[in-house]
Design a protein around this ligand. Sequence first.
Ligand SMILES: Cc1ncc(COP(=O)(O)O)c(C=O)c1O
Length: 352
Amino acid sequence: MNINTTNTSFRKLYAFGTKLPIDLSLSENPLGCSPKVSSVLKNLTQADFFDYPDPDCNQLKKLISRRFEINADSIFVANGSEAIIKLIPQVMLKPGDEVIVPRLTFPMFEIAARMSNAKIVSSEMTPDFDIDLKDIKSKITQKTKLIFICNPNNPTGKVIPQKAILDLVKTTKANIIVDEANIEFGGQTVITETNRFKNLIVLRTFSKGFGLAGLRIGFCVASKNIVRLLQQASQPFPVATVAEKAALVAFADTQFIKKTKEFMKSEREFLNRELKKRGFEVVRSEANNLLVVIPPFIPDLVRRLSEKGVSVVDSSAFNLNEVKFFRVSPRLREVNRKFINVIDQILSELGK
Ligand SMILES: Cc1ncc(COP(=O)(O)O)c(C=O)c1O
């Protein structure tokens, strides 16, 4: 069989880049996951491996439903939120439907919508790299079926006020997908508002703040009808038993999330300060990603970093071609320091 490499493919996502020894590329939790997860792993039995898992993750749905005061029928759990990002366009779009996607955001939204033969309508960013809700509103037509919003946004870490998102939800019949993958680090959730608005879909993951990226588990909250559609189109047993068990414990450990949020704030501030001292423009993030604009006096910075063993995400992974930048996700202080030392070496080699 011939593989057509020009086809739209998730393999084009930055997630498939190489991780080098000083790795600040993917936004995993540098603190790992809740220490309580280890006790789950110790207490696993053989049945957790040989029995098929609960197809609906009912225990986890119960916990989520209690925390956010939403009906369990409005929750869909899957093997990573990316599985849901792929499934939503599949079940909700027909060819030619329009999907609005901000130009600078998680690239998977656009790839998934393209795979369903939707027409992508790009929304511009504001000069401060914010998602421009006014521009999004101006681009809504009769054919707009989905609008993707990421809050806090990836790769900027910028947040959108809750009220502004709800204003958008109220002004259109299109379904608004709010991806809150990084909400544990900053910003206000709109998850409970799914009780009021049938066109609001909120995505969550256990990969970021909860530190369970390797287990592949995420969920969405939406109207019962949308959840039913997702269940119909989903694999029968999307989530492994061990993933659900770990998620149950991680979700309950609110102390670990608090610690993670404080840790991320201090490392974000460290990198922000050190990079600014060296002449970089750093976009003001409230989450776990920092967008760093590359000054013209440092040519090929990402290549130079990679030659010295540092991995970051290059701007070419995103859709905003006018600005040269990279994205870093803060790590432990020791790694962040090594990264800054490499930047210093590069500046010194360039005589700056
Ligand atoms: C904004 C955003 N949404 C979703 C995902 C995918 O998360 P998951 O690991 O749950 O598939 C990512 C991963 O990088 C992300 O940055």
